[in-house]
Each structure stands twice: as structure tokens, then as C-alpha cells.
Write a protein that binds this ligand. Structure first.
Ligand code: GN1
Ligand code: MG
Length: 358
């Protein structure tokens, strides 16, 4: 397989060593080491039904950023010999190759607040630099990806179609999802009344999607499959979901799920350092809500997948999606405990900032 793929780029498999890379739940990734280094990625076409749409989006963004921000580091895929960003093998699978950004490092777990600040700055900068990009040109690579209303409907459907065995095991978590349903209502109020502007949003802001230099300064964002129009809450919320706790979504010892409040402040400052002048007052007001929204939605998505028989997320042990859902609900509870302090900080920060400006 690798020989066929590399040949389409004019490379010979015998010149390269290929090893698994990263830990995504959807796409499969390899590092290709040789005279030059690359990242090879298989696109899960069961999830991304229209892989060509991803390639078209990336090409459009690349052209736009080259014109408007020539110094911005945008990691576009390598073009194949026939000029394509995306190749299809004889067995109908889609792959693309990226240049490996030399001297860059990826992080899988946040070690200090500087990394959180830097990552938030990078994701903020990405949206900021694309603030005047014509959204109508972008494809929705995963339609309604972060539509909480749809995710809730899918969850309710799964509750009806689930096996009685899984339903019984999940009963307490299902109750918990309903207990937090006000998050859905607030989301609906915000979106039904167009209170948030649509922007170019990354939609997968986990820390491993930022490249850093060796001093842990942010270099750029990667993994652009889910770049499409969306709300700031998706990016900010997923950073809050994945950066605040030292234990990640796979943790089974729930006592380790805790909130590092300093990290929240770093994300806020980092995101605003890039997006501060662009964010609307409503967006700033809903910064904390963004975290609840994304944590809640991820809990719903994991639980839905458990009820559906583990058909979406890659699992390696029985009940993994159930544990993940319980993990996220625990995180949600901890986040809510810190919420008042987060809001106070934001109020104080805006006040201080105003005084400095005036
Ligand atoms: C999936 O494959 P990965 O890890 O980049 C998922 C995200 C979830 C994440 C949870 C296309 O992302 O939405 O937040 O798992 N991506 C898709 O780990 O569903
Ligand atoms: Mg991803």
C-alpha cells in the first residue's frame, strides 16, 4: 500500500521508514522518515463523506493566506505528481501527505500555562487572520458537526434503539445528561436568534493540533479537516475541555479529573491576545459557557456511541465509550464548580484592560 501511495508523489518507499504517529480517534496517521520527512494521513471516509471538500477548503485557505498574510505558517498538504492535495488508491481509500515541519514538536498533554496560552493564541490567530474570508466559499466538511441540538436528538434516538443491556448500564449517565439539559436550551437561544457570528473555525483544538518550537512557542495549527464555518464556542470550548484537567478523556480514575484554573486564565488571555478586537460582547460573555457546551456535547457523543454499540469512536476495551462519557460528565461537574471564579476573572480582566486602554 505505502509503495503505491508514495509513488503518486514521486517518492520511493525503499528510501523511507514509516511508523505510526499520533493518537486520533478517526483518521490514521504515520510519520514517513527519509531524505525529507513527511506526515501521511489516511482519511476515514466513513466519517468524512466528501474528502474532496477538505482538499478544496485547504486550497482556498492557502491561496487566501498567501495573499493576505505571506509570513503566516500554513501547513498545506504536498501536491501529488498530478497536482492533487488528496490521492485515492486503487482500493478507493483517500490519503494525503504533509511536509513534516522540521524542528517542531507536538505535545499530547499540557505541562504548563505557557503552552495553553500559546495554543489559544494560535487558534485565535487562525480565526482572526481569516476574519474577512468569504465563508460562503467553504464546504461544511462535517455538516452540523457541533450542532448540540442534533447531537441531543441523536442521543435521544439512541436511547430508544439501544439494547436493553446497554440501556440499563447507561441509566445513571442518561439521567445526568438530562440533568444538564439547560446547556442545550442556552445553546438553542444563542443560535436560534443568531446571537453569535459565524467565523472560520478549526473545530478540533486539542493540544496535539498545535506545532510548537523547542522553547514551546506556538508555530502553527494543523489538522485542518474540520475547518469550516462555525462559532467561536467550538474552538474555545474544546480547548477548555481538553486543556484544563491533567487527566484526559481516557482517564478511568475520575478523582484525577480536576480543573487547573490558572490554565483557564491562560486560555482566555491567549485567545484574546489574537481575537480580542474581533470578538463581540456576546462572544466574550459566553466564553465560560463555551466550555460547558463542548464538554457536555462530548459526553453526549460518547454516550450515544455506547448506546449505538460503539460504531463511531475507536475503542480498545468494552464499555470504553461509557467510561469516556462518565469522564466527561465528571469534568463538566468540576468545571461548573469553578465557573463563578472564571466569570469573576473575565470581569476583572476586561475592567483592567479597559483602564489600561483609556
Ligand atoms: C475525534 O479523531 P480525533 O481524536 O481528532 C472527533 C472529535 C472529538 C474527539 C474526541 C471528526 O477527534 O470531534 O472531540 O475525537 N472528531 C470527529 O477525542 O468526530
Ligand atoms: Mg482531528
Amino acid at each position: 500500500m505505502f509503495d503505491q501511495i508514495l509513488e503518486l508523489y514521486g517518492l520511493h518507499v525503499s528510501d523511507y521508514k514509516i511508523a505510526e504517529f499520533g493518537s486520533g480517534l478517526i483518521n490514521h496517521t504515520w510519520k514517513v522518515c527519509g531524505p525529507e520527512n513527511y506526515i501521511l494521513q489516511h482519511i476515514n471516509a466513513g466519517v468524512f463523506k466528501d474528502p474532496e471538500a477538505i482538499a478544496e477548503n485547504v486550497a482556498l485557505l492557502e491561496t487566501y493566506l498567501k495573499q493576505t498574510e505571506p509570513d503566516y505558517l500554513f501547513v498545506a498538504p504536498v501536491r501529488s505528481l498530478s497536482g492533487k492535495y488528496l490521492i485515492k488508491t486503487d482500493d478507493g481509500e483517500y490519503y494525503r501527505l504533509f511536509p513534516f515541519v522540521e524542528n517542531s514538536v507536538t505535545i499530547t498533554e499540557i505541562q504548563d500555562q505557557k503552552e495553553a496560552f500559546e495554543a489559544a493564541h494560535q487558534f485565535g490567530q487562525f480565526t482572526y487572520l481569516l476574519r474577512n474570508f468569504d465563508l460562503d466559499k467553504l464546504h461544511y466538511t462535517l455538516p452540523q458537526f457541533h450542532d448540540l441540538k442534533l447531537r441531543f436528538e441523536q442521543f435521544e434516538k439512541a436511547c430508544i434503539t439501544a439494547s436493553s443491556n446497554r440501556l440499563i448500564i447507561a441509566a445513571n449517565l442518561i439521567k445526568d445528561i438530562y440533568k444538564h439539559q439547560e446547556i442545550l436550551f442556552i445553546y438553542q437561544q444563542l443560535t436560534d436568534h443568531n446571537k453569535l457570528p459565524l467565523r472560520v473555525i478549526h473545530h478540533d483544538t486539542k493540544i496535539s493540533n498545535v506545532l510548537f518550537d523547542k522553547d514551546h512557542n506556538g508555530l502553527c495549527v494543523i489538522d485542518l479537516d474540520t475547518v469550516m464555518p462555525g462559532y467561536f464556542m467550538s474552538d474555545v470550548g474544546d480547548m477548555l475541555r481538553t486543556y484544563l484537567s491533567p487527566a484526559n478523556e481516557e482517564e478511568r480514575d475520575f478523582s484525577r479529573i480536576q480543573i487547573n484554573e490558572e490554565c483557564f486564565y491562560a486560555i482566555y488571555k491567549g485567545y484574546l491576545s489574537a481575537m480580542g478586537t474581533a470578538l463581540t460582547a456576546t462572544e466574550k460573555d459566553y466564553f465560560t459557557f463555551a466550555g460547558k457546551y463542548m464538554i457536555y456535547m462530548q459526553a453526549i457523543r460518547f454516550l450515544t456511541d455506547f448506546l449505538n454499540g460503539d460504531v463511531y469512536y475507536h475503542t480498545i476495551y468494552a464499555q470504553q465509550n461509557l467510561i469516556r462519557a462518565q469522564n466527561q460528565l465528571t469534568l463538566l461537574g468540576q468545571f461548573i464548580k469553578s465557573e463563578k471564579r472564571f466569570k469573576k476573572f473575565i470581569q476583572y480582566f476586561s475592567f483592567k484592560h479597559l483602564n489600561v486602554v483609556n
